[in-house]
Unconditional design. Structure first.
Lengths: 478, 484
């Protein structure tokens, strides 16, 4: 059984047609993880007990000839920022070492209800703060295409595990590009749905107004299947939207003739790697050839996106991470003499450098006297950006850009320069700030064999169009 | 406080009121008081990673009802905000509150002033927030180096009501709090129980030379647990401010605590530097929209408030202002009184009996109205019997004593204890003749046309028979005899 590039459809069919069992499938994936993951480092914890319990439940359904749910027997991995009941959930942080989640994240519960078999928890940058997975409190993740390179971040484990065939699909989270950027670096499909499309309940918050849960898959069709399962209103998340969930799979492969695709000048400026540019321009040509009308557009406020992002995200993070104080759960420093010392030392010893940097930045941005100049202004820029996208979407059905300015960089290459690291998110952060959906689809490789991703951005709740166009890009690239 | 002082106090009050919802503000945990520590908790109110708040609709309705009762303007859109600070009983490291866009603003209540007039105290704002948990330094093992935290209260809904600095004396502060509590109790959104912490009060006080516009430096007195203590604390603070200023010193802006046993305030021991709470809009909650339709629906549930009710009761039942005041102190009392008053021969009589006979006995027995042995129906019967002259006021007192002794309602006790009536016309006529013979002057008055004198003779007959005369028969026989 070849599981390396196994899709959801294949996995489900093989189980349904009794070519394999869900239990055997899970076993093969665990074998592959044992063989491969020591080099890659994608998994932080394996949940064999829970996985095999689910697998045998599916096998019983098959034996009984009962109807099978959408993800019956499909082995999946979960980014470690998503709460998984009775499984250690650390958010990639030492401060939550050995923390067993007492409840399930809504998206995880929905996957499992649809028959998915949860293999384990995936490595990530600590509290999803990072673009290379080097900020994991445990160990870095290596890019399966070149082990000397980063898989991207923060959902590095989620991207690398799919790319290395250690899961059929995975869940990650995207706050500034943390799904799309690693998807591009690892050569897989990564989808960030519209803000409010997928419940955030059980997602360990980094920046509440920017956090999104979304899938990593081998194919656009699989991404559509995954979204169909996890999307929809959740009464436990007030910001989850009461918008009907359409048949996303039906959009995959629909002809794109006559569709208008916007290409913003600002995303093809200086600093864009020439091989990335060439691959993305090839995708543009492919779409034109498929009958799309390519429209040059402009999004002039793009240059403000990175600073805006780092104010809003860090401000919210400074508050969201206050609960890790060593009082009720999480790491508590030994032998503190006073309450204040307990707080300071627990947080100092428990959090990594990047997390502390962002808490400090965010605390500063919210401080009395600075609030208006930073946080409030940043929120105004968000409104401005949203308006520019609205204008653009009045003209076009989707917007196409490179996902990242460069292919995967080397481990250690940017660790001493946070600003350069932050700039890696330059093409992805805007969608988070505006709340629109974005997908990264593989569109080629560099001469050195590194994957390149093309990003498609859509209107609010119009993931359908993204799947339609993305499948055309995918078809042309393969 | 001498009114001749050259300084004028300026007082503002912040009152926290716990709403009587069944479940917490942002999760479905019970708000029950007195449950075992940390039993009414869930991922949301424990502040577990990934948990999110969902606003309880009942909280909004209660808060809006209170705001409307306090004459506030309810904002169509209000915003929840995070108030960030570290404390062991604050599980998320922030409190969900409201900051620059509160639920309601621009309210007021009327208070009675010392000179018998009325004064309007403005209410700046009313907002919704969640309570923190409770740190317990006592009653735990090794309490010397350990603090326990009970999070049952974490997430319990509160409203904070902030007054304008319109209050000029500790008496006015006391009066404001009394009226405020009365109104809140009337709306039924809180039990305002200070002992259980469902009503808490902080006071801001400063003084300034009379006639000066600019405010003096204020001190904040926190967590005072009775209205009487607030008054005392304010009296103490005003005196302290005067002494400091008179001796050439400066008031330091600080938070102080009142020690009731010593009758003085102290600066809070912890170095309370000006806290920067870093408020920002709560991204996990949508803006709260209370549209006109919803406001109207809630308004329709607003009960008649004490002030209006007093006026109506005076008109409807012929009560004095004092009667109306006593009988509206609680909504339960007013409701009970009115349930019987409209059936009474003379509602004023019923009001008198409740005030002079019932309330005192309840107090002495340490009972609430709902635990009274004498029901309102019982009180009504007693009033009607008294009104008819069937029982004397002395008998009424005896019967009430017996009701309280036996914990039995009035009708049952009366049935057993009522005097054997004299209903024999012959026997009664003899007694009436004797009474008439003994009072020739009153007979003359009656015959001259002053018919009201008849009450005097009824009384005489009742006295002569120790109240046993059948009143109906007496009323029938007396006029005949008097007219001769
Ligand atoms: Zn709760």
């Amino acid at each position: 059984m070849n599981i390396e590039r196994m899709t959801i459809e294949t996995a489900r069919e093989q189980v349904a047609r009794k070519q394999t069992t869900a239990t055997a499938l899970a076993e093969s994936f665990y074998k592959r993880i044992e063989a491969e993951d020591s080099r890659i480092g994608a998994y932080l914890a394996l949940s064999r007990e829970r996985a095999f319990a689910k697998a045998s439940e599916i096998d019983r359904l098959v034996a009984d000839g009962a109807p099978l749910p959408a993800l019956a027997g499909v082995p999946v991995g979960i980014k470690d920022v998503l709460m998984t009941k009775d499984i250690v959930t650390t958010a990639g942080s030492k401060i939550l070492k050995n923390f067993k989640a007492p409840y399930d994240c809504t998206a995880v519960a929905r996957l499992e209800r649809a028959g998915a078999v949860i293999l384990g928890k995936l490595n990530c940058d600590e509290f999803a703060m990072g673009s290379s997975n080097e900020n994991s409190g445990y160990h870095p993740v290596h890019n399966p295409h070149d082990l000397t390179r980063v898989p991207g971040g923060s959902s590095g484990g989620s991207a690398a595990s799919v790319a290395a065939g250690m899961a059929v699909a995975t869940l990650g989270s995207d706050t500034g590009g943390s799904i799309r950027q690693p998807a591009a670096f690892c050569g897989v499909v990564g989808l960030m749905p519209t803000y409010g499309r997928v419940s955030r309940y059980g997602l360990i918050a980094f920046a509440s107004s920017l956090d999104h849960i979304g899938p990593f898959t081998h194919t656009v069709k699989d991404a559509a299947i995954m979204l169909g399962v996890i999307a929809g209103r959740d009464p436990l998340d007030s910001t989850s939207a009461d918008v009907p969930v359409p048949d996303y799979v039906a959009e995959v492969g629909r002809p794109v003739k006559g569709m208008k695709i916007g290409v913003p000048d600002e995303y093809f400026a200086e600093g864009l790697d020439s091989e990335v540019r060439a691959a993305v321009e090839k995708s543009i040509d492919d779409l034109r050839a498929a009958g799309c009308e390519i429209v040059r557009i402009t999004l002039p406020s793009t240059k403000y996106a990175i600073p805006t992002y780092y104010i809003v995200a860090t401000a919210e993070a400074s508050s969201n991470l206050a609960r890790f104080d060593g009082v009720r759960y999480a790491y508590r420093a030994e032998g503190a003499a006073t309450l204040s010392e307990m707080y300071r030392r627990s947080r100092d010893e428990g959090f990594g450098a990047e997390v502390k940097r962002r808490i400090l930045l965010g605390t500063y941005a919210l401080s009395a006297g600075y609030y208006d100049a930073y946080y409030l202004k940043a929120q105004r820029v968000r409104t401005l950006l949203a308006r520019e996208f609205e204008t653009a979407f009045a003209q076009v059905d989707a917007i196409l850009t490179p996902t990242t300015p460069t292919p995967a960089f080397k481990l250690g290459e940017k660790t001493n320069n946070p600003l350069e690291m932050y700039l890696n998110d330059i093409f992805t952060v805007t969608a988070d700030l505006v709340g629109i959906p974005g997908i990264s689809v593989p569109c080629g490789k560099t001469r050195a064999g590194l994957p390149i991703g093309v990003q498609l951005l859509g209107k609010h709740f119009d993931e359908g169009t993204l799947f339609r166009v993305a499948s055309a890009v995918e078809h042309a690239a393969s | 406080m001498s009114t001749t002082s050259k300084y004028e106090p300026v007082i503002g009050l912040e009152v926290h009121v716990q709403l009587l919802t069944r479940t917490k503000a942002f999760c479905s945990c019970s708000t029950e008081f007195g449950a075992p520590p940390n039993s009414n908790v869930c991922p949301v109110c424990l502040g577990l990673p990934g948990a999110l708040p969902v606003l309880n609709r009942q909280v909004v309705e209660f808060a809006v009802l209170a705001a409307q009762a306090l004459n506030c303007t309810v904002n169509e859109t209000s915003i929840f905000a995070r108030k960030n600070y570290f404390y062991p009983d604050l599980p998320k490291g922030y409190q969900i509150s409201q900051y620059d866009k509160p639920l309601a603003e621009f309210g007021h209540i009327e208070i009675d002033t010392a000179d018998g007039g009325k004064k309007r105290i403005g209410i700046t704002r009313l907002h919704v927030e969640e309570d923190a948990g409770k740190s317990m330094h006592e009653g735990v093992n090794a309490s010397d180096d350990r603090t326990s935290v009970d999070l049952n209260r974490s997430g319990v809904p509160l409203i904070e009501i902030v007054s304008e600095p319109d209050i000029s004396t500790p008496d006015e502060a006391y009066e404001y709090l009394t009226r405020l509590k009365e109104i809140i109790l009337y709306t039924g959104v809180s039990d305002c129980n200070m002992e259980e912490g469902s009503l808490r009060c902080d006071a801001n006080v400063s003084i300034r030379p009379r006639g000066q516009k600019e405010l003096g430096t204020k001190a904040e007195v926190k967590n005072v647990n009775s209205f009487r203590f607030i008054k005392q604390a304010l009296e103490y603070e005003i005196k302290r401010h005067e002494e400091v200023i008179e001796s050439g010193g400066k008031i330091v802006q600080e938070t102080r605590l009142y020690n009731p046993s010593e009758g003085r305030t102290y600066p809070m021991r912890t170095k309370e530097r000006a806290h920067d709470y870093r408020y920002f809009p709560e991204p996990d909650l949508l803006p709260l929209v209370v549209d006109q339709k919803w406001r109207d629906e809630i308004h329709a549930r607003l009960p008649e408030l004490p002030e209006a009710r007093r006026a109506r009761m005076m008109a409807d039942y012929g009560l004095t202002e004092g009667d109306a005041h006593t009988l509206t102190l609680t909504k339960a009392m007013a409701d009970a009184f009115e349930s019987a008053a409209h059936k009474a021969t003379n509602p004023k009589r019923l009001a008198n009996i409740i005030q002079t006979e019932l309330i005192g006995r309840l107090k002495a027995a340490g009972l609430e109205l709902e635990d009274s042995p004498i029901s309102m129906e019982g009180a009504l019967l007693s009033a009607d019997l008294t009104e008819a002259g069937t029982i004397s006021s002395k008998m009424l007192k005896d019967l009430y004593d017996k009701c309280f002794e036996r914990r039995e309602d009035f009708p049952a006790v009366y049935e057993k204890e009522k005097p054997q009536q004299i209903s024999d016309a012959g026997e009664l006529e003899k007694i009436i003749d004797e009474v008439i013979a003994a009072n020739p002057k009153q007979v003359e008055q009656y015959r001259a046309g002053k018919k009201t004198v008849i009450a005097f003779f009824v009384g005489g007959v009742m006295k002569a028979t120790k109240g046993k005369a059948n009143p109906a028969l007496v009323n029938e026989l007396l006029p005949k005899k008097l007219e001769g």
